[in-house]
Design a protein around this ligand. Structure first.
Ligand SMILES: O=C(O)CCC(=O)C(=O)O
Length: 293
């Protein structure tokens, strides 16, 4: 039997759902888009892929894989979806910024994986509870297609030691992997229908396997932070105000782009990438190419 969605179609989370998030460090499935809206977002992404403009300074996959919201209005539209902000705001509060928007695409029948890790390990944001990922499925996320797996309650641990593998099939920037044992039997499959999303805490142990299905597995990971979160490893960091106010001024606030890949937005993207690479590559034995596709 399909699990009961943690929210129905509307608005903020019920207190019991917030409690579940606090207890487990994740919550799913949450209904966001109907079939028509989901198909529209998927088609917009695939239209960009079909165009794959050779004049772009970097391969399209780079812009998809990190900080898509600084160069692509379609990523901003997803990140600022009122229903997502209502749900995220139920947990993080009324003032929200988008720190990153990332497309995790695994082609049909490919070995790409994500190793067990905790997101906050290399982001330079400390062990904060003020960061959360909303992961939106635009195609089926199932064990066969390589859905995420979460270990309930692991967000209550500190950031654990990780090791770098630089594995080419790993979608993470340095193939980082938890150096502590994870019992696969403790993991929950995050099964999502297209148009549904999950939430996870930045210290959640999570991973995902290869895509053995006949369809692409398309996920959009939107990382939200509160104004109180700040960069503590790199010199500075950037975010886009999504809702409310940023009174703390820990972030350089970036305005949404007016169109796809505008020259000023592309230049800004490079500045942000360079600054964030400083935090992300701290302590790495090899240069960290920010997020290979
Ligand atoms: O999309 C995946 O399989 C993994 C995504 C992930 O690790 C994340 O969103 O933090």
């Amino acid at each position: 039997m399909a699990p009961t969605p943690a929210s129905s179609l509307a608005g903020s989370l019920a207190p019991a759902a917030v409690d579940r998030y606090q207890r487990d460090g994740f919550l799913f499935p949450l209904n966001v888009f109907d079939a028509a809206e989901t198909a529209r977002h998927r088609a917009a992404i695939e239209a960009l892929e079909a165009r794959d403009d050779p004049a772009l300074p970097r391969p399209l996959g780079q812009y998809f894989r990190v900080n898509a919201h600084y160069v692509l209005p379609l990523a901003v539209e997803l990140a600022l979806t009122p229903k997502i902000l209502d749900i995220v705001g139920s947990i993080l509060g009324p003032d929200l910024l988008v720190w990153s928007c990332e497309f995790f695409i695994k082609e049909a029948g490919t070995p790409k994986i994500v190793s067990w890790h905790q997101d906050l390990t290399y982001w330079g944001l400390g062990e904060t509870d003020g960061e959360m990922t909303a992961w939106l499925a635009l195609s089926p996320a199932t064990p066969k297609s390589g859905c995420m797996r979460f270990v309930a309650g692991s967000h209550r641990k500190h950031i654990q030691p990780h090791k770098d593998t630089f594995n080419a099939d790993n979608l993470l920037s340095r193939g980082q992997e938890l150096a502590v044992a994870v019992d696969e039997a403790d993991a929950t499959d995050v099964v999502l229908e297209p148009g549904q999303m999950s939430l996870h805490h930045g210290r959640m142990f999570h991973a995902s396997g290869p895509n053995h299905s006949d369809d692409r597995r398309i996920g959009v990971a939107i990382r939200y932070v509160t104004p109180a979160v700040r960069q503590i490893v790199g010199k500075r960091d950037y975010a886009m105000l999504a809702r409310g106010m940023d009174r703390d001024r820990n972030w350089i606030n970036v305005a949404p782009p007016g169109g796809n890949f505008e020259p000023a937005a592309l230049a800004r993207y490079e500045t942000i990438l360079a600054d964030q690479t400083e935090a992300l590559s701290a302590g790495a034995a090899q240069p960290v190419g920010l997020y290979a596709t």
